[in-house]
Design a protein around this ligand. Structure first.
Ligand code: NAD
Length: 443
């Protein structure tokens, strides 16, 4: 089938490459000329395991195309995906300007029946707005074309996006249009070989499903972080508690890790956006507001702990930081906990010497060159001459550490671990102080 994807970001590019890999012909449209030029040269704008060979192969074999020409894009596919960003507005609600801009672009160049699939995460009622935006432009053009607007939210996880797209747990489709349903069944047939993963529903339910999924996951994290804070104050070990509750199949082991707060491009903005949606209809979302508040506070825990340890005198200290991205296997720094830590350290007059396997280029882009930030090429180099070590992201390469070396390199033999990577007793045997999350050791 011929498919067009608007927006070549984390979602659009991965989805496009995977659809091409299954044999569809995919045209990717983006307004970013640089991104399009680079992709044509084989330069992939994001780090995502397995994505580079997938893009390269399908581009070379002629199933994946890149353009900034919207007309070419619209006239290419009967199916038109919208996969552009929906960043938070000033008040936290989802900003639909990019989504509606694409809707108007599609209408400007529409030359026949189109199925418009919204993959961006958008508030309930957006499909109606997309429909209305298309109708308005078609009317201005004085033409009529049939079209359907479908909600098809994306559930991929950054860091595992290719695999998630190739083998989705579910494909949620919100539509009441029979013709669209048939075409979408055909589009996703290659994904359904093992078993039917498609869940059809009405548009509004599909739109809410995406928010409900992310808000549930964020709730699990904030819940565990609250338990972790309690454990710490009660002299209990949250890691034991985690295993104790995870063994109940109604709870399960997934996604109940305590840490230094959730970040990324989705959880913070989606929780906020659903709170705003609730506000807009006069419903007070008490639980989700608490989820947000717990997370804000959790992102400050590492700094507070360092500040306490150094008795409020961090000026002139050099802090080694392992891991900067908001989670492992991505270079995404959006809303990362490390940013809250680094910005607080800088404000307190401390320096940061950091290593991250993939995100350092992005960190450089965000913060530029500054005297109090040094990005180094290895985890060991980050330790040299540093006063203490902080772990912000649980990259695999940090899981086994040379504690002798850490002790030797650091001026003060202390680790602040925001991801609970080590066993406290083991670390302490090396003569290091170890402050993890919710493990009974407060300063
Ligand atoms: P992104 O910022 O990485 O990419 C968006 C792309 O859209 C950019 O390349 C931008 O240049 C392009 N764009 C903007 N306006 C355009 C236009 N008018 N025409 C064509 N291209 C345009 O965003 P993302 O992380 O891929 O997220 C996209 C959507 O998917 C968001 O709504 C997000 O909430 C949702 N989502 C993201 C993830 C994730 O893990 N990143 C997962 C599921 C859902």
């Amino acid at each position: 089938m011929k498919v067009t994807v608007f927006g070549i970001g984390y979602v659009g590019l991965v989805q496009a490459a995977v659809m091409a890999d299954f044999g569809h012909e995919v045209m990717c449209v983006d307004v970013d000329q640089n991104k399009v030029d680079n992709l044509k040269k084989g330069i992939i704008p994001i780090y995502e395991p397995g994505l580079t060979p997938l893009v390269e192969t399908n581009y070379k074999e002629g199933r994946l195309h890149f353009t900034t020409d919207a007309k070419e894009g619209v006239q290419f596919g009967e199916l038109q995906f919208i996969a552009v960003g929906t960043p938070p507005d000033e008040d936290g609600s989802a900003d639909l300007k990019y989504v509606l801009a694409v809707a108007r672009t599609i209408a400007e160049h529409m030359n026949g029946y189109k199925v418009v699939l919204d993959k961006s995460t958008v508030p309930v009622g957006t499909a109606d707005k997309v429909k209305a935006a298309i109708a308005e432009v078609l009317e201005q053009r004085g033409v009529t074309h049939d079209y359907a607007v479908v909600s098809n939210p994306e559930f991929l996880k950054e860091g595992a996006a290719v695999n998630d797209c190739m083998r989705p747990d579910r494909i949620v489709i919100g539509t009441d249009d029979d013709n669209a349903r048939q075409l979408i069944r055909e589009l996703y047939a290659p994904f359904n070989r093992n078993h039917d993963r498609m869940i059809f529903m009405d548009v509004r339910s599909a739109e809410l499903t995406k928010y409900a999924a992310n808000c549930m996951l964020a709730t699990k994290i904030s819940f565990m972080n609250e338990m972790s804070n309690l454990a710490e104050r009660l002299g209990a070990d949250i890691e034991k508690v985690r295993q104790g509750i995870g063994s109940d199949p109604r709870i399960g082991y997934h996604f109940i890790y305590p840490g230094c707060g959730y970040g990324g491009s989705c959880f913070p903005k989606d929780v906020q956006a659903l709170v705003r949606t609730a506000d807009s209809i006069g419903y007070e979302s008490t639980l989700l507001k608490a989820v947000e508040n717990v997370n804000y506070a959790q992102k400050e825990v590492l700094f507070k702990r360092l500040n306490e340890y150094y008795k409020g005198d961090l000026a002139g200290k050099t802090v080694a930081v392992w891991g900067l991205s908001f989670k492992p296997n991505t270079d995404d720094m959006r809303e990362a906990s490390s940013r809250v830590l680094m910005e607080s350290l800088w404000q307190a007059g401390a320096k940061v010497r950091a290593f991250d396997p993939e995100a350092m280029e992005e960190v450089q882009r965000i913060y530029g060159t500054r005297d109090d930030l040094e990005l180094v090429g290895t985890k060991d180099a980050a330790l040299k001459g540093a006063d203490c070590l902080v772990i912000c992201t649980e990259w695999k390469v940090f899981r086994a550490a040379n504690f002798d070396d850490i002790k030797e390199q650091l001026t003060d033999p202390v680790i602040f671990d925001g991801r609970n990577l080590y066993e406290p007793e083991q670390v302490k045997r090396y003569g290091l102080s170890y402050y993890a999350m919710g493990r009974g050791d407060s300063i």
